[in-house]
Design a protein around this ligand. Structure first.
Ligand SMILES: [Zn+2]
Length: 140
């Protein structure tokens, strides 16, 4: 199970352990934790893999990515490992995001202030759009 890591201890010492609710169940040999992950590869549209990795690079946490995209944070963690993605350390900003309809997106960008002083990424999300902006941490 070389592409699967334990969500608890992050070790790679995983064996298959039956099925749970139709999903493959795994057991970590290191800490005895049982867990299941979405099937790797074929069943997950690369669309979601790429979006998840984009969000990760923007600094969105794995739990937030799970909530936004509906893919498990364990899968996201596995993709980060699989594709060897390294997000640069960052202490200057945190990402904030909004999910907008097309007309909300248009009015958002009508306001020049919306574009000021922030990395800004727009990504399609179903029938809506997600805008990620950076917010500077205040320094004392
Ligand atoms: Zn473990």
């Amino acid at each position: 199970m070389k592409d699967i890591f334990c969500p608890k201890c992050k070790e790679n010492n995983i064996v298959k352990s039956g099925l749970a609710k139709g999903k493959q169940r795994y057991k970590c040999q290191n800490c005895n934790y049982y867990f299941s992950v979405m099937k790797e590869g074929k069943s997950i549209d690369p669309y979601y893999v790429i979006k998840a990795l984009q969000l990760y690079l923007e600094g969105v946490t794995l739990r937030e990515i799970e909530r936004i995209l509906g893919v498990s944070h364990v899968s996201v963690m596995n993709w980060i490992r699989k594709y060897n993605i390294k997000a640069p350390e960052n202490f200057d900003y945190r990402p904030t995001y909004k999910v907008l309809t097309h007309s909300e997106l248009v009015s958002f960008f009508n306001n020049k202030e919306s574009l000021k002083a922030s990395g800004c990424v727009i990504t399609e999300l179903g029938d809506k759009f997600m805008v990620i902006k950076w917010e500077r941490y205040r320094r004392n």
